[in-house]
Design a protein around this ligand. Sequence first.
Ligand SMILES: [Zn+2]
Length: 303
Amino acid sequence: MAKPAAAKKLGRNDPCHCGSGRKYKDCHRQAEEAARSEQLRLRQAQDTLLPKIIEAAQSVPDQFPPAFARFWQGKYEYGVEQMEKLSTVEDRGSERFLTWFAFDFRQADGRTLLDQLDAAVEGGGFDVDPFERQLLAQWRQVRLRPYVVAEVRKGKGLSLRNLLGDEVYEVADYGASKRLAPGEVVVGHLIPADTTPGAEAPTYYLAGAAAQLTDDTAEKLLEFAELHLADLRRRAPDATWEDLLDQRSEILNHFVVALPQEQRDPTVMERIIADGRIGLQLTAESVAALLGRALPSDEEESK
Ligand SMILES: [Zn+2]
């Protein structure tokens, strides 16, 4: 397939890059300019829609206390002062909470805020332009997820690999590309927006604030998430990662909150896993059985 960058340099009267023999202006030019214009509009919509969503989140504060308790696992009690304090105690804590509240938390009627906003557009209850509306519909599926930094292009963007799968996402985030290094873990919301003409997948952006973890956490975070998947399978044997994140993505934040903030400490992570297992009343054996795999080794488990 022809690269759009090459197509850009073509003059209107040059032969089209597709080899049709026709002039560019009579062949692919119009469609490509439309695609580039749409890409730009969607990228702008990504910039303007997110603040609208976060603002809408702040207009339903009666739902905050139960959501707050779930996200922080009861570690903080909801209050305006707490929200302010959180931003210093937990790295951008109030922003992380608001993003999760908007995308993941199910309100009293069982819908997420994004579901509600999407439904409100029709009646004029949520004011968006057609491009924002297109993104809003797609973003309803977005949940808090763990990713491993696969590659960093400093000052441009980065590739993130789904820790609970193998998909790799291209992320346009100038700030994150300067902060993060390969192997580090990001727990956040990846939102799709514009698609580069010719690209097969959309470009993603990190919504709101994400938690950033050192490179020694990936394996343990996976183990921690597996405990919760095993627990979910006790009631729903066919439960998948998608089900887990749809129902309790806040557990990812529980792991983040339990980590030491200053220095690395592997024993803390061992304790998080052990506490998780006790809290969920799971043995290593039952976890292995529920995840459908063999036990690691007998000696390791008997000590
Ligand atoms: Zn052509």
